[in-house]
Design a protein. Structure first.
Length: 138
């Protein structure tokens, strides 16, 4: 697996805000930011410490392959459905090459969030992807 370099530092005041509609996606984004701290993104090792229980069945792990030329869906416990990969491909690339979270609307009535994680060389090597039906907002 090749990681994409991400050498930027985090400026909390200049960070773009994602206009996430679904409360579960906003909460997941908040968890990602908390684990990131002052770094550009959390590391893959940080994922072990995420408490993903509130999002089980809705999140998937996606490996970044070939420096972002391809993406590989990884096994994930309790995953209920396959992700609409075609509708998420732009967000995958945006999160990978920008080393920043990306919001996606992969299909009518769906809202997604793609969160990047740094590998051993601090480039994006893993994406955490969540998709929710935005008509069923709670």
């Amino acid at each position: 697996m090749i990681a994409v370099p991400a050498s930027r530092t985090v400026d909390q005041e200049c960070e773009p805000v994602l206009a996430l509609e679904h409360p579960a996606l906003r909460a997941l984004f908040g968890r990602w930011r908390a684990h990131r701290g002052q770094r550009a993104m959390p590391s893959e090792a940080d994922l072990l410490f995420f408490n993903l229980k509130p999002w089980l069945g809705r999140v998937r792990r996606v490996a970044v392959v070939g420096g972002g030329r391809a993406f590989e869906l990884l096994p994930c416990a309790n995953a209920r459905a396959e992700l609409p990969a075609e509708g998420l491909s732009v967000a995958y690339r945006q999160a990978t090459f920008g080393a920043t979270p990306a919001r996606a609307l992969p299909a009518p009535g769906l809202e997604g969030l793609v969160l990047p994680f740094a590998g051993d060389h601090h480039g994006v090597s893993l994406l955490l992807v969540a998709v929710y039906d935005n008509a069923a907002r709670r």
